[in-house]
Design a protein around this ligand. Structure first.
Ligand SMILES: [Zn+2]
Length: 195
């Protein structure tokens, strides 16, 4: 898509369940993965189809009051070539959702790769009863193991390819049946030389 970024990495992130996009050094969108479109549809974002995003400033999809915050965070990550993480809420009328955004320096360009992982999701109606919606049953695989990425500490959703969530409970208290794996994002961003 962009001449600047080789595209090899983007191809590998295409099927990841997290919404992933890439920015150039001027904060213009150079790539959005498949999950971008799913998210846009679920949130009624007409005109937000990923084909129409290339070349747009990412600030056009950031709510206006938050633009200075995101601009500052992205620019600092670009200048220092450092990761920048931020947790935000993006609820619908019925579902409470929080996400963890991680912006990584793109090893293939002078820009950033931005990964948005689901942290929690629960119905808005039952305030306390469903606080453990991120229950073990979602994450325990057929071997009885919970796989956590040894680099970014996201937890693999059992049986779902490319679905890694930020589960604070597991980060604070690693489950006894933990298995250390590596997610596609970290494998490609940090360890592609090894794999
Ligand atoms: Zn990871």
């Amino acid at each position: 898509m962009s001449q600047e970024s080789g595209g090899g990495l983007k191809k590998k992130l295409e099927k990841d369940a997290s919404v992933i996009y890439a920015l150039d050094k001027d904060l213009r969108i150079t790539y959005c993965n498949e999950a971008w479109d799913r998210f846009a549809i679920e949130n009624g974002g007409r005109g937000l189809e990923r084909e129409r995003q290339s070349g747009r400033s990412v600030m056009e999809v950031v709510p206006r009051p938050l633009q200075p915050f995101f601009e500052k965070g992205y620019r600092r990550a670009l200048q220092k070539r450092e990761n920048w993480e931020h947790t935000y809420e993006c609820s619908s009328s019925t579902i409470y959702r929080t996400y963890r955004m991680a912006a990584y320096p793109d090893p293939e360009s002078s820009g950033l790769v931005v990964v948005n992982s689901l942290i929690t999701e629960r119905p808005l109606t039952s305030e306390h009863g469903s606080a453990k919606a991120a229950s073990d049953s979602v994450y325990v695989d057929s071997y009885g193991l919970i796989t956590v990425c040894c680099h970014c500490r996201r937890t693999h959703r059992a049986g779902s390819i490319g679905a890694w969530d930020w589960v604070p409970a597991y980060v604070e208290n690693p489950p006894p049946m933990v298995s250390h794996g590596i997610c596609e994002v970290c494998m490609n961003l940090y360890y592609s030389v090894i794999y």
